[in-house]
Design a binder for this molecule. Structure first.
Ligand code: NAD
Length: 353
């Protein structure tokens, strides 16, 4: 235990795939002790016991444990609101998995209870600690690319939506609520400007009831466009990030591999046209090495364990909470605008709160 910091006890509600990730992560964090877990599925209760986790017989029993300071909720999305409200009202600090709720209205109701009870409510937007994101943000903030006019953030898979609750609208399924919430949150953490408009389309390649992919173009006040894309039927993928500026372009992939390419000579005297049978183009001629310079991506440091360290520090008033209620609300509203744009086929204004 680090000197000067007290120990926190945490309990997990919903010990499925992600709940188990929380279990394993919590075990690595100094000052954080896993008090136990509860899951409605007896098989997951057994899994917990088999792994040496104290098993609560009910959610009420978990909430009745006075030693528990923090409850992490990692159930399917439709249960986030009622379980979070119940925990807040029981005097617990709450970490809820993303998406925070099924809608902005639901999340507002949760935030109201946090406000009324004075307990901490935050959301597990863990992808803010992903090294590809932290690297892309560092490149965007730096000056190497010159003024940035376009950011592209993509996750493209080819395995469809996992065959569980993620396929059901009433459980909060679909890719906008799944990966979309991460990608949109990351962009808003990167570009600190009001959003002017949103244009989006959604895919229904493998699923009728929920979106199995989407893209959204967000135009910010300065004119910068962020293109966010999630796909689950893409057998040829694309880089995780592309950032385009006047003076250079950057590519960042999972694991923070990639490069920055900057122009050193704009004279165009090197241009050898691309010739096809149907014509030629000098505009699209590739660059020769003597007119550009390639750089490595900047090294970044990020540690996902900082997520829970920040939650503990915020509860004790030692730090501001990283994932803040107004930020989460803005992303929830943005996802709703993405959906509305796709439904209407229109470019929609985004009303900043
Ligand atoms: P999952 O289906 O693997 O696990 C959900 C678990 O919740 C199951 O074991 C289920 O029995 C249990 N459960 C359902 N209702 C419950 C209730 N009322 N009380 C107690 N337990 C209940 O799903 P998952 O993939 O672990 O996803 C869970 C949550 O985590 C979702 O909100 C999802 O969006 C989120 N998630 C986040 C990330 C991330 O990187 N932040 C990654 C994956 C999933």
């Amino acid at each position: 235990m680090k000197k000067g910091k007290r120990q926190f006890n945490i309990a997990i509600c919903g010990l499925g795939g992600m709940g188990n990730w929380h279990r394993q992560t919590i075990e690595k964090i100094e000052n954080l002790h896993l008090a136990g877990s509860f899951d409605i599925d007896p098989a997951r209760q057994k899994f917990a016991a088999d792994n040496g986790v104290h098993v609560y017989g009910s959610y009420e029993e978990l909430l009745g444990d006075d030693s528990v300071d923090i409850v992490t909720i990692a159930t399917p999305n439709d249960f986030h609101k009622p379980l979070a409200i119940q925990a807040l009202q029981a005097g617990k600090n709450v970490v809820v998995e993303k998406p925070a709720a099924m809608s902005s209205a639901e999340f507002r109701a949760m935030a109201d209870v946090a406000d009324a009870t004075g307990m901490l409510l935050t959301v597990h937007q863990n992808r803010r600690w992903d090294d590809d994101f932290v690297t892309a943000r560092e490149v965007f903030r730096g000056s190497m690319l010159g003024p940035v006019f376009r950011i592209e953030s993509r996750v493209l898979g080819s395995r469809g939506i996992p065959g569980d609750w993620r396929q059901l609208p009433e459980k909060g399924g679909g890719m906008i609520l799944d990966w979309g919430v991460h990608l949109l949150d990351q962009i808003l953490q990167m570009v600190h400007e009001p959003i002017r408009t949103v244009y989006a389309t959604v895919d229904h390649v493998t699923n009728e009831l929920v979106d199995d992919g989407f893209y959204a173009d967000l135009t910010f006040a300065s004119g910068l466009v962020a293109h966010v894309e999630v796909g689950t039927s893409h057998f040829i993928s694309m880089p995780r990030w592309r950032i385009y500026g006047r003076d250079g372009s950057a590519e960042v992939n999972w694991g923070s591999t990639g490069r920055i390419v900057c122009v050193t000579d704009r004279s165009n005297e090197d241009a050898v046209p691309i010739v096809t049978a149907a014509g030629l183009t000098k505009t699209m001629a590739p660059r020769t090495e003597d007119t550009i310079k390639t750089f490595d991506l900047p090294p970044v440091k990020c540690d996902i364990l900082d997520y829970y360290r920040n939650v503990m520090d915020a509860i004790d008033g030692l730090a501001r909470i990283e994932v803040k209620i107004p930020e989460v609300l803005r992303v929830m509203r943005l996802m709703e605008t993405v959906r509305l744009s796709a439904e209407s086929g229109k470019v929609l204004p985004f009303e900043e709160a």
